[in-house]
Design a protein around this ligand. Structure first.
Ligand code: PMP
Length: 412
């Protein structure tokens, strides 16, 4: 068990009903948190409470249920914004990080990106921070170029500066890589990008769940993250944008509640953030997201981070002595978030993940929606173990035991 004063893991585990279940007769060891996290009872209760007591549409009806639902939805927006040092008026509820980048692609990109403009992304991006820019570059006749990586798995700042000299319109990058774990220096990159005249969009899908994040000090124009990766429900996330930008942008989708007035030949728009929330929104999801933020706030994000660093250090010690074990990303655990992508001798990641599953250990194997990065690493796939607040040293021990079992089967 984790001998750490940072988080009482035993108590945390009791809050997560799913952790009581067995998989193939073994204790569930859930190490696929970068894909999605488990939900505490308080989040499940918040969803059930909404549906059983005050289910209603928001921003429409004056009846009691409608007012309670609207208040809870807007309260969640305030909580999520405060959690990352942002303003509620700058915080747009979306389906998740993927919808956030696509919103920026359509509502900002189609308006401001012109023929011949440069868009900069990086080789460590998740596909959700690459493909929208490829589509935008195609529709606007713009050019997309990528910041390269150092051998240690960090962004090559020389490569970034070279591209900034070409005055890009947009710079898109992740706060934390979902494969390498690398924590990028958002404040420095945003300052440099702004000096070059570029707008910035930061993918916070793997940072906000794991690190204290203060957007006021980071300076990003747009910042996106997903609720389900931080104990919340699926289908809800946020795009946080500078208010001036959100106000100047075109709407993303047209429909109910995003308008102020509709005439036969044109319409006028609601205030931000509602201008970007067309139709019936994910009320339950937003309320559950607020409950997830409450849970993490009670634990304290400094403690969450400290807990993960200890697990990372322990995992490195436990795993790196295995013959044929190769981890990717910066070696310094202070420079990375709580996950380890690795390969084990020539055991295919899907085979390893299948053997681990038989032991009750859930990890991810594959390209992690980062095929450009896989090509940089010269592999087609990796394994990835990713930690969260309910993981402990005994989970790492179970992972090591499962890898050893695979080693015996494949005669590593
Ligand atoms: N960016 C990163 C770094 C991610 O890890 C993920 C999820 N794997 C996403 C974006 C996409 O998030 P979502 O599927 O919630 O939209």
């Amino acid at each position: 068990m984790l001998k750490s004063e940072t988080i009482d893991v035993e108590a945390v585990r009791r809050d997560f009903p799913i952790l009581k279940r067995k998989v193939h007769g073994k204790r569930l060891v859930y190490l696929d948190n970068a894909a999605t996290t488990q939900k505490p009872q308080s989040v499940i209760d918040a969803l059930v409470d909404y549906y059983s007591r005050y289910n209603s549409n928001v921003h429409r009806s004056v009846h009691t249920l409608g007012e309670e639902a609207t208040e809870a939805y807007e309260d969640s927006r305030r909580k999520v914004a405060k959690f990352v040092g942002a303003q509620a008026k700058e915080t747009v509820f979306v389906r998740g990080t993927t919808e956030a980048t696509n919103l920026v692609r359509f509502a900002w990109g189609e308006k401001y990106v012109k023929k011949g403009d440069l868009i900069v992304a990086t080789l460590m991006e998740h596909h959700s921070n690459i493909v929208p820019w490829q589509l935008l570059a195609k529709s606007r006749g713009a050019v997309l170029k990528y910041v390269g990586l150092t051998p240690d798995g960090e962004l090559d700042m020389g490569s970034l500066e070279g591209l900034l000299r070409e005055s890009p319109r947009l710079v898109a990058f992740a706060h934390c890589s979902n494969v390498l774990g690398t924590i990028n220096d958002v404040a420095t990159i945003c300052t440099k990008a702004r000096s070059a005249g570029a707008t910035t969009i930061v993918d916070g899908a793997q940072s906000v769940p794991h690190l204290p994040v203060d957007l006021a000090s980071l300076g990003a124009d747009f910042y996106a993250f997903s609720g389900h990766k931080m104990l919340g429900p699926t289908g809800i996330g946020v795009l946080i944008g500078k208010k001036r930008l959100l106000e100047e942008m075109d709407p993303f989708e047209g429909g109910g509640e995003m308008i102020r007035e509709v005439f036969e030949d044109h319409s006028t728009w609601n205030d931000v953030p509602h201008k970007f929330e067309a139709g019936t929104v994910n009320v339950a999801g937003a309320i559950g997201f607020g409950a997830a933020v409450d849970y993490l706030s009670r634990l304290g994000m400094d403690k969450v981070r400290e807990h993960e660093v200890r697990l990372l250090d322990y995992a490195y010690d436990a795993l790196s002595s295995l013959k044929g074990f190769h981890a990717y990303g910066p070696e310094d655990t202070k420079k990375r978030s709580g996950l380890i992508a690795f390969n084990y001798a020539d055991v295919h990641p899907h085979d390893l993940a299948t053997i681990l599953d038989e032991e009750g250990v859930a990890i991810r194997s594959g390209h992690h929606c980062a095929q450009l990065l896989m090509r940089c690493l010269d592999v087609s796939a990796t394994n990835r173990a990713s930690f969260y607040v309910y993981n402990s040293y005994d989970d790492v021990d179970a992972l090591r035991h499962g890898i050893e079992k695979a080693g015996a089967i494949f005669k590593v």
